[in-house]
Design a binder for this molecule. Sequence first.
Ligand code: ZN
Length: 179
Amino acid sequence: MRLVLHLIKQPASDAMQFGAAITQMRNEIKFCTRCHNISDTDLCAICKNTLRKTALLCVVENIRDVIAIESTQQFNGIYHVLGGIISPLDGIGPEQLNITSLIDRITNEHIEEIVFALNPNIQGDTTVYYIAKKLKGKSVKITTIARGIAFGGELEYADEMTLAKSISNRIPVENYITS
Ligand SMILES: [Zn+2]
């Protein structure tokens, strides 16, 4: 309603242009042939960027996660978007996700480290476990993003699992301060 009320106040040509832009966006947007991110060309802007570290590959569930990680400005590698997560209860198996293309990339590109940035839940862990098993024997380092207490959180309210992970995944103070 807010959008309609705004549009009727604008000149008709503006609304036409807006409509044309949406049509063009829907027609021209596609998925990157390499990482499955959204793009308007065969390769997305991240894959095309020669300044990024192509040996460091971050695996995410969906495009929103790419946007979230990009907004931190802390990651300079490349991505692989799975397009979902293994979830038998929802009827989503590995064959419905972009896993074959991920294994192909590990085989064909010079990737030294693959970082799983999946949601910390059973489905996320299952997906990491499944893919890591598929990658057995390949010379690639496999890591996951850290788990622990949220910034600004309080220890006494953290659940036991998160607190336990924070203790077992402790990091040297110099890394903590510089990051
Ligand atoms: Zn891409």
